[in-house]
Write a new protein. Sequence first.
Length: 405
Amino acid sequence: MGKITCRVSVPALGIAQICSWGTLFYSFPQIAAAIENDLGWLKSEIYGALTLGLLLSALSAIPVGMAIDKGYGRLVMTTGSICAGLFLIAGSQINTLFWFYIVFAGVGFLHAATLYDAAFAVIAKNFDTQNTKRYIASLTLWGGFAATIFIPVIELLLSNLTWRGVLIVLGLVNLTLCAGIYQTLPSKKRCRHNMAAHSKPPKAKPKQGIKWAIRQPIFWALLLCFSLFAGATTAFKFHLYPMLIEKGLPSSEVVILVAILGPAQVAGRSLMWIFSNKISIGQLGVLVASVLPIVFAGFAFLPSSFWILIPFATAFGAATGTMTIVKGIAVPELLTPSTYGAINGAMNMPVKIIKAFAPSIAALVWYVTNDYNGLLNSLILLCFGVVGFFGLASRLKIPDQPNSE
């Protein structure tokens, strides 16, 4: 078994991930709703900025992953948080759609350097395969509280400040807390020193890079699974807040329903580890994907009652939380533990492109149908496809997987 090459404080990294996710990702729907009411922009126009940002994040996934593979994780994540904080503070001064797009395009571009993909790559760089699996799961347990903490906090801030003041607060969180914690990650020099002190890990074979990975059928099967899953869940997640408002629920109940997603994610991830020895990743993917059509049908066809929707919101959170771990460990477990950042970045590029367009496409569907039931019906059909692709992925094998022991 390999040895730890550098010290990484997973709890500290988890706290930073809570703040990064809460300020850079989960904050958008609430900020967008406040801007829509204040400046009178169309929902589709506002969510177009999110699409652009997520698209840029997809383009940056591979170079960011390669940089972390080379030992620049601390530089990447610290610089990313500083730049994200500056963008948010600058966003507090915007009055036109052009500058709104510039700000949130920049924030989206930095997702690749500040959120799970970067953090997972840092962990994979510094731990052997077995520890990588354990610490990625641990990190996602921390990150699962991001929505639970920040959605009520942002709602409280919006009730006492303008959206401009809230953006300043969120920017300062990135400049101070997030950047401060990421600055404690191992530097490239420290990693080299520690690696020299231990036995050198076996060199990765050339075919274990991106070119080798894209020749494996399982790579493409997983990519299709994760892409469709990401598109459906991203569209739903970003429109859940306005969807529930449209259905007539008071904002206080909406905040609770959305905040439930965090603890539900943690519960789902905990259940995964209880049954991890009894079910394969592919089988788990099929099971998780099968939950989504039921969830979307519940929101579409059942009465819009707070108590009726609680179990469906919980099920959605558990499903997305579990899939985060499956996605995080799929590359080292099913493909190769080597060059994790680059291969994961290659897989994430199309996934993020789909995630980039999902909220805007969902907004257009809402605009055309004039309500959210049309969107929910589309997501139900899409998720049946997700189940099918996961079933295919669970049956595929890698004929020429390199020996990484």
